[in-house]
Write a protein that binds this ligand. Structure first.
Ligand code: G3P
Length: 218
């Protein structure tokens, strides 16, 4: 199981990476804007996250034409061999992904809403495909069922493309995704924090601590 933090907020990323349960960090331009990380600071951000133990950092390319997406993707990939280049699953994004994959660059096709798009990503040689679970549900689709279809189809076609589920809204989503064969999940800091807040666990720990204190005093 590989869990990722979907944030570019340094303090948040640092605190969550310290738990040792997150494999890497994912971002997109909205996340970077929210955290105030400008393009010229991406190298610093990657270095920092990798220094804290992240194994992969995802940055999204930008531009409307395939050539522009590809050029920016190459720039992003040059930041570190542990950078994965995200691209939208559009015609231009797929064309850029195919070119980057041929050059040995790891890519992730993102903003995926339909199973056939996962197969397009696989055909383009992407390392990851990122379906948006919560947003599928918001749009009235059955996100879990569609992602389960993607997982089954990718497994049957025996490619190397893995699902990286995004727009995950609850710890229960994490379990359901894993049950449906998803091994990589990125979580917003708010959802990630919830993983450590199971009330019955906290209650049990309180009782353990109280007993431990009493043992000290006796
Ligand atoms: O990585 C996708 C994420 O940024 C969208 O999440 O919860 O806003 O749909 P959400």
């Amino acid at each position: 199981m590989k869990l990722y933090i979907d944030s570019a907020n340094i303090a948040v990323v640092e605190s969550l990476l310290q738990t040792g349960v997150f494999y890497g960090v994912t971002t997109n331009p909205l996340i970077l804007r929210e955290a105030g990380v400008r393009w010229n600071k991406l190298s610093d951000f990657a270095e920092y996250a990798l220094g804290l133990g992240a194994q992969e950092v995802f940055f999204q390319s930008w531009g409307e034409e395939a050539a522009t997406l590809c050029r920016h993707g190459e720039q992003l990939a040059r930041l570190s061999s542990q950078v994965v280049v995200k691209l939208p699953v559009t015609r231009a994004g797929l064309e850029a992904a195919a070119k980057l994959a041929k050059a040995g660059i790891k890519t992730c096709l993102t903003a995926v809403y339909a199973p056939f798009q996962a197969l397009l990503a696989a055909a383009a040689g992407a390392a990851y495909v990122a379906p948006y679970l919560g947003r599928m549900n918001d749009a009235g689709r059955d996100g879990h069922a569609l992602i389960a279809q993607m997982a089954a189809a990718l497994q049957k076609t025996a490619g190397l493309t893995e699902i990286l589920a995004a727009s995950v809204r609850s710890p229960e989503d994490v379990t359901s995704l894993a049950q449906n064969g998803v091994r990589n999940i990125t979580l917003s800091p708010a959802v990630a924090e919830k993983l450590f807040l199971e009330p019955l666990t906290l209650e049990a720990v309180k009782a353990f601590e109280a007993a431990a204190q009493e043992l000290q005093n006796e």
